[in-house]
Design a protein around this ligand. Structure first.
Ligand SMILES: *Cc1c(COP(=O)(O)O)cnc(C)c1O
Ligand code: SF4
Length: 368
C-alpha cells in the first residue's frame, strides 16, 4: 500500500499539470495559485475525475479568487483575538490552536485563505510552546481545538508530543481535532494513528465533508478506524454555491455521514473571506435546506446551520422560524409540515412549581 506521505508528495501544485484544463485558462489559474496555493493529491484528483465539478470546484483555482474585492482578509478577526501566535481565544472556555500550516488539499473556499499553505502561517516549535504556555496559564480553558491547516498533516510523533503536553494540563478536559483528512486524504488515517490518539481521550474529531461523492469506501474506512478507537466524530460542512447548495444534496450527504458514524455538527454559511465571494449563498438557501431536513429526516442527520459573525462575534445558530407567537397563555407555532400547533405556556408563579427568575434557581435545579 502507498503511504500517505508518498501520496502527499505526489500532489500537484502547478495548475499546468492539471488534466483536462482548458489551455487558455492555464495562465490565469497559475496567477491565482501564486497568491493562494493549490495542492491536489492523487486521491482527491481521482475523485475529481470520477465525480466532476462539485468536487473539482473545491480544489481547482478560479480567477474570481483574485478578482474578488468584497471579502475580508481575516473575516473572523482571528489575528486580533490571538493572545499567542496561532492561538485564538474568542469564547470563555475554549481556544482554537493552529498547530499546522498545511493541508492535504487546499480548499478554494477556506476561511483561513490568508494564511494556510503560505508563509503567513508560521507554525513552529516556538509558536506551539507559546500556545501551550498560554493554555496552561489560563485555567478557564477547558477545551482545546487543534486546527490549522490540518493537524493530521503532522507526523504521529510530533502530534503526540502536543497531545501529551495538553494532557499534562489538568484543566484541559476535552481535546478536539479539526481535520479534513478523512475526506481529502483518508490514507492518512492509519491504525497506528488511531492507537496513538486513543491514549488521549476524551478526544473528539470534527471532520469536513461537503458532498456525498466524498463519502468513498476509503473515507468510510478512515472514519471506521477512528470511530472504532472510541473517537466521537462530527462534521462541519460549508454551504457552497454550485457545489452543495441544494436540499437533496445536503440531505444525502447528512444521511451518508450518519451511516459512517459521523454526526453532522455544523452546516456553515460561508465566511466573508476574501477570494471566496463566488461560493457564498443567500441565507435563505441554508434556511430552506434546514426546513427540508428538520422533521423529515432523523435528528441524527440534522446539523446546526450557523453563521460565524464577521469581526469575531462568534458562531450563531440560524434556525427557520417555527414560533408564531409567545405570550403568557400559549406558544403558537407551526410544525415541520407547516401545520399550526400550540402549547399552553406554564405559569411563572412559584406556587405552580414553574421556573422563576429567582437567584437560587440554578442551585435548585442541580446546576452549579
Ligand atoms: C469555531 C470556534 C470554536 C469552537 O466553537 P464551537 O461552537 O464550540 O464548535 C472555538 N474557538 C474559535 C475561535 C472558533 O472559531
Ligand atoms: S482543509 Fe480546512 S484549513 Fe485546510 S484549506 Fe481546507 S478548509 Fe482550509
Amino acid at each position: 500500500m502507498i503511504s500517505w506521505q508518498k501520496l502527499l508528495g505526489d500532489s500537484i501544485s502547478d495548475p499546468a499539470e492539471l488534466p483536462e484544463l482548458p489551455r487558455e485558462t492555464v495562465e490565469e489559474i497559475e496567477e491565482v495559485a501564486r497568491v493562494y496555493p493549490m495542492r491536489i493529491n492523487p486521491y482527491y484528483l481521482r475523485l475529481m475525475r470520477q465525480a466532476g465539478p462539485a468536487i473539482s470546484r473545491q480544489a481547482v483555482p478560479d480567477i474570481r479568487e483574485i478578482r474578488d474585492d468584497t471579502g475580508m482578509a481575516d473575516p473572523l478577526d482571528e489575528e486580533n483575538l490571538s493572545p499567542a501566535p496561532n492561538l485564538v481565544h474568542k469564547y470563555p472556555d475554549r481556544v482554537l490552536f493552529l498547530v499546522s500550516g498545511q493541508c492535504a488539499m487546499y480548499c478554494r473556499f477556506c476561511t483561513r485563505k490568508r494564511k494556510v499553505g503560505r508563509p503567513e502561517m508560521a507554525v513552529s516549535d516556538s509558536t506551539i510552546r507559546a500556545g501551550l504556555d498560554y493554555i496552561e496559564k489560563n485555567r478557564q480553558v477547558r477545551e482545546v481545538l487543534l486546527s490549522g491547516g490540518d493537524p493530521l498533516l503532522l507526523g504521529d510523533r510530533y502530534l503526540e508530543k502536543i497531545l501529551r503536553s495538553l494532557r499534562r494540563i489538568p484543566h484541559v478536559e476535552v481535546i478536539r481535532i479539526g481535520t479534513r483528512v478523512p475526506c481529502t486524504l483518508p490514507q492518512r488515517v492509519t491504525a497506528g494513528l488511531a492507537a496513538m490518539l486513543r491514549k488521549y481521550h476524551p478526544l473528539y474529531i470534527n471532520t469536513h465533508f461537503n458532498h456525498p461523492a466524498e463519502i468513498t469506501p476509503e473515507a468510510s474506512g478512515a472514519c471506521a478506524i477512528l470511530a472504532d478507537a472510541g473517537i466521537p466524530l462530527g462534521c462541519q460542512t460549508v454551504l457552497l454555491r454550485g457545489i452543495n447548495d441544494d436540499k437533496e444534496i445536503i440531505r444525502d450527504l447528512m444521511c451518508r455521514l450518519v451511516r459512517i458514524r459521523v454526526k453532522p455538527y455544523y452546516l456553515f454559511q460561508a465566511d466573508l473571506a476574501r477570494g471566496t465571494d463566488h461560493f457564498r449563498t443567500p441565507i435563505d438557501t441554508g434556511l430552506a435546506i434546514m426546513r427540508h431536513l428538520i422533521g423529515r429526516t432523523s435528528g441524527l442527520a440534522v446539523p446546526t446551520f450557523a453563521v460565524d459573525a464577521p469581526g469575531g462575534g462568534g458562531k450563531i445558530p440560524l434556525t427557520p422560524e417555527y414560533i408564531r407567537s409567545l405570550d403568557e397563555q400559549s406558544l403558537r407555532f407551526t410544525n415541520y409540515q407547516g401545520l399550526p400547533c400550540s402549547y399552553p405556556n406554564p405559569s411563572k408563579t412559584p406556587e405552580t412549581g414553574a421556573a422563576t427568575d429567582a437567584p437560587e434557581e440554578g442551585r435548585r435545579l442541580g446546576c452549579s
